[in-house]
Write a protein that binds this ligand. Structure first.
Ligand SMILES: Cc1cc2nc3c(=O)[nH]c(=O)nc-3n(C[C@H](O)[C@H](O)[C@H](O)COP(=O)(O)O)c2cc1C
Length: 155
């Protein structure tokens, strides 16, 4: 298996862009840009995403039974970029709302899903996190798109 070919082929699968957010009981927050997000089940309403085992934020995502999914809007490319690299406080300068289940939710996102962790599975060099949606809200905003390593717009 050639890693470059894997990235090149699978990177051309068009996705939206999310930032997964978490806040632990002692108030520590983490956020990770993720395009591994996908739907799993309608009844119960399940979604999944995967987080790299080497990601520093994994520790905080493992400490919480809940997480937030922020499906980014077209104008939030800068938000996608700032949550896509390790930083002391990625939330500095980012407007957030407080979800019903204690998760920080990013203002202006196309949609927010507040989830309870339903399952965690090993997934090679990633951890697969399956969440049950407890609450969701959305706006009319157009979603941000990711394709072949670049952000793109819905035509
Ligand atoms: C568009 C895009 C999608 C990404 N999707 C994922 C993903 O699904 N899972 C993942 O582990 N990292 C993904 N990353 C990389 C993480 O955002 C990046 O490693 C980030 O630094 C992780 O947060 P941390 O360093 O605070 O742990 C993606 C990056 C970009 C730009």
């Amino acid at each position: 298996m050639d890693a470059r070919e894997y990235r090149s082929i699978l990177g051309r699968f068009v996705t939206g862009v999310t930032v997964m957010t978490v806040q632990t009981a002692d108030g520590q927050r983490a956020g990770v840009t993720a395009n591994s997000f996908n739907t799993v089940s309608l009844d119960p309403p399940l979604i999944l995403w995967s987080l790299a085992l080497k990601a520093p934020s994994l520790t905080l995502f493992r400490q919480s039974d809940h997480f937030g999914v922020n499906i980014l809007a077209e104008h939030q490319q800068d938000v996608a970029m700032s949550f896509a690299r390790p930083a002391e406080d990625k939330f500095a300068g980012v407007d957030t709302l407080h979800g019903d289940h204690g998760m920080p939710l990013i203002s202006g996102a196309m949609a927010h899903l507040e989830c309870r962790v339903a399952h965690r599975y090993p997934g090679g060099d990633h951890e697969i996190i399956v969440g049950e949606i407890l609450r969701m809200t959305s706006s009319e905003a157009t979603p941000l798109v990711f394709h072949a390593g670049n952000f793109a717009k819905v035509a």
